[in-house]
Design a protein around this ligand. Structure first.
Ligand code: ADP
Ligand code: MG
Length: 772
């Protein structure tokens, strides 16, 4: 022990000398100069003394004030300076992998080091960390995984949870676990950092704690709503309330009016944009929504014109465009790259910023362009608070947000873009005023802004809890409902019960709420349980390749496009893929066709002919790789295998895997005279599926059920009795009798004792196969 202490002491002294040498070098002094200019630096002493006196400290300050890069660094520097360097260990969590990576790199360079010396990062599948790494930036998921094997975070001296205002599911979950841990680890320090001023909520959650506000400063930003942008043009907006099944939504109509004789320059540009878009080409919905980000909506053209206007007429300064997600960013980028001005690299530096981009691409965002070149960054809400681009003067805000394709892996796939909150809109606007007075163009009318919610609901209150419940079980945190009742804001009991019930039905939990073997494997795959089940069974039955396509397809925007005026053609195109009553098999065929066409560089043509979205196809392609590497992580797939065999397996097998994943989303098909009526098992609601006159199968498994007047099933596949009996339900829960009874009502055949016995025997064998 004495020897160990000596070694540590000597190492700590070395670290201190290294740090001092850097701080006194000319480069180090230059960086320090910059760091001193950040508002967070002025609070350095206050922060450090608060941390030494309190176990929990909450730090709140404007985006860009230096929380993420400076606060962890202050702690590290002061530990090293007090010759504690070798024994301290600071973990700082980020909600997204891209911020963990870019911040760690920035902090290392501010310390004059390479990544992997005293500063490192760790995200899923990637990381740089060395023997001397004392400050580790990681995603929240990584810290949760560490807690799985190291309940008391042995050796960790400080945990910093960043961006807590986002209220992601993982962060809320982590806070419950840490709150439990604090009394057991009195020397552990917890620091929470947030951009907006909801600090009191967290302070009261943790009881004794200290709040530090870092005062910020931004220049004034001139705000233009859509009606301001349209001022003087031959177009006007008339708001009205649309009442739909989900309540009221504020909509507006874009109509024509007599243009003014003398127009401002921007008004002429906007008018040209709208003229070029020719309103008559669009459906009423797409015509109304300038911020509806869909390649066949006006939004894209409109943004192109506005960007062009800014490039030609406005003062220097970067432009930040807030888009909904990765796929829209890449479509818009393709479009702009073909533009004579916006696509000219000697005039415009066009960049994307989203959660799933490569780190080399990330760095470019912070680069200053050469003189006369304008930087345009197309970003998701990641640029709202987690990444600060220094030189932004103009902001374009589409008003909507969607989880990126990376977030799809975190249990929120297929999310449609939805309106942002007022706080988000203000954050976006604020990005324009960091270096000088700026301009913000909100591409929606003020009445829509007024209808925005104040704050987005925390994720834990608005998304299904199935994956979270599995995680609670895998961390052995006791009763799910008891655990969740201790959250910052607890989800409704009913939502928790639903999730637990679902997990029992699919066989991830047994009747005593304990994790089954299947459940344990599902917790290793950070995807929705139903997708995880398909991936697992696809692996076991050796038909992973097509299953990867199905699972990826369920996580992206519907790849089958139906343009307003070409509905019939589009449906005909889709039906050549779906000759066998399955949307999922149709998707596999469409994807295989695209892949073949891509090999001959004809992917785009293929999509155009078949009414497929190129972006969705590309997204499926990259998600397939991601899902495959998840499986490799769990050790189920050979770590050397990279190539997936072509789709050569039995179509019935794939149907069975789909059935296994989508159960209990099942309905029986009842043939009437004219149409097919569908009866779902859980609640006996009826729905009419008019597209098929006759389906030669008894059952349909479906991904989603949406209620609009009548019930629509989204993404369904017809399955046979035996598929449902063998693969539906909880193979592992052992409740074969109950399962049989439920089906028995429909199938008298299976009530015969001999058949039932044989069935149970087969189920048991399958059960063994899957559980082992
Ligand atoms: P906060 O977390 O409070 O939003 P950050 O610590 O992320 O602020 O950033 C503080 C400042 O550091 C930013 O305003 C920006 O000027 C600068 N900065 C951060 N990351 C980088 C980077 N990778 N390259 C250049 N400057 C950066
Ligand atoms: Mg930050």
């Amino acid at each position: 022990k004495v020897v160990m202490e000596k070694v540590l002491w000597r190492r700590s002294l070395q670290l201190r000398d290294q740090q001092r040498a850097w701080q006194q070098s000319s480069e180090g002094r230059e960086i320090l100069e910059f760091r001193r200019s950040l508002p967070a630096y002025k609070e350095k002493d206050a922060v450090l003394s608060a941390i030494s006196q309190n176990q929990v400290v909450i730090i709140s300050g404007e985006t860009g004030c230096g929380k993420t890069t400076q606060i962890p660094q202050f702690i590290l520097e002061s530990e090293i300076e007090s010759v504690n360097g070798a024994s301290c260990s600071i973990i700082c969590t980020q909600p997204r992998r891209i911020s963990a990576m870019s911040v760690s790199e920035r902090v290392a360079s501010e310390r004059g080091e390479k990544l992997g010396e005293s500063v490192g990062y760790k995200v899923r599948l990637e990381g740089v960390k060395g023997r001397d790494t004392r400050l580790l930036f990681c995603t929240t998921g990584i810290l949760l995984r560490r807690l799985l094997v190291d309940r008391s975070l042995k050796g960790v001296s400080h945990v910093i949870v960043d961006e807590i205002h986002e209220r992601g599911m993982n962060e809320d979950f982590l806070l419950i676990v840490l709150k439990d841990l604090l009394p057991r680890r009195p020397e552990l320090r917890l620091i929470l950092m947030s951009a907006t001023l909801d600090a009191e909520l967290f302070a009261s959650y943790f009881g004794s704690s200290q709040i530090i506000y870092i005062p910020g400063f931004t220049y004034p930003v001139r705000t233009h709503f859509l009606e301001d942008i349209l001022e003087g043009t031959g177009y006007k907006l008339t708001p009205y309330n649309q009442i739909d099944d989900y309540g009221q939504e504020k909509m507006w109509k874009l109509g024509k009016q007599a243009p003014r004789k003398r127009k401002s320059q921007i008004a002429s540009v906007v008018e040209d944009a709208l003229k070029a878009a020719d309103l008559e080409d669009y459906s009423p919905q797409t015509r109304e929504s300038l911020s509806c980000w869909n390649p066949d909506c006006i939004g894209f053209n409109f943004v192109e014109y506005l960007l062009c206007y800014i490039c030609e007429n406005e003062r220097t300064g970067a432009v930040l465009v807030f888009m909904t997600g990765w796929d829209d960013i890449s479509s818009l980028k393709d479009k702009l790259q073909a533009h004579p001005i916006l696509g000219d690299p000697t005039r415009v530096m066009l960049l994307a910023c989203h959660g799933s981009m490569a780190s080399s691409e990330q760095r470019l965002i912070f680069d200053e362009p050469e003189d006369g070149v304008r930087k345009i960054v197309l970003a998701t809400n990641i640029a709202e608070t987690s990444i600060t681009i220094n030189d932004v003067v103009f902001v374009l805000d589409c008003g909507k947000a969607k989880e990126t394709s990376y977030d799809a892996l975190n249990n929120t796939p297929c999310l449609l873009p939805s309106w942002i909150s007022k706080v988000s809109a203000q954050q976006r606007r604020g990005r324009a005023g960091r270096v000088q007075p700026g301009e913000c163009y909100h591409l929606y009318p003020r009445c829509v802004y007024d209808a925005f919610v104040e704050y987005q609901l925390p994720e834990i209150l608005r998304t299904p809890l199935q994956s979270l419940c599995l995680q609670i079980k895998s961390l052995k945190l006791g009763s799910i409902s008891e655990f969740l009742s201790r959250a910052l804001q607890s989800p409704e009991l009913l939502a928790v019960q639903n999730a637990v019930e679902y997990l029992k039905v699919i066989g991830a939990l047994d009747e005593n709420e304990n994790l089954t073997v299947l459940g344990r494997y599902l917790t290793m795959l950070p995807v929705e349980p139903k997708l995880g089940k398909m991936l697992l069974l696809g692996t076991i039955l050796n038909c992973l390749d097509p299953v990867l396509t199905v699972v990826s397809g369920l996580s992206v925007r519907d790849p089958f496009l139906t343009p307003f005026d070409k509905k019939d053609l589009a449906e005909a195109a889709k039906s050549q893929f779906s000759r066998d009553y399955s949307d999922h098999l149709a998707l596999i065929r469409a994807y295989e066709g695209w892949k073949n066409a891509e090999r001959e560089y004809a992917g785009y043509d293929y999509c155009w002919k078949n009414f497929l979205s190129v972006q969705s196809m590309k997204a499926i392609d990259s998600l397939r790789k991601e899902f495959f590497s998840l499986l490799r992580d769990t050790g189920l797939v050979d770590s050397n295998s990279t190539s997936h065999s072509a789709w050569s397996c039995d179509e019935h097998l794939i149907r069975a895997v789909i059935c296994y994943g989508l159960y209990p989303g099942v309905c029986s098909i009842v043939h009437n005279e004219k149409s097919v009526s569908l009866k779902t098992m859980e609640d006996g609601q009826n729905s009419v599926n008019s597209r098929e006159a006759k389906i030669p199968y008894p059952w349909l498994v479906f991904n989603e059920k949406i209620k609009v007047n009548s019930i629509f099933l989204r993404d369904s596949t017809a399955v046979t009795d035996s598929m449902l009996l063998l693969f539906g339900g909880s193979i592992s829960s052992g409740d074969h009798d109950g399962h049989l009874k439920m089906l028995g009502g429909y199938l008298e055949f299976f009530m015969k004792p001999a058949v039932a016995e044989m069935y149970q025997c087969m189920r048991r064998e399958l059960d063994d196969l899957i559980q082992n």
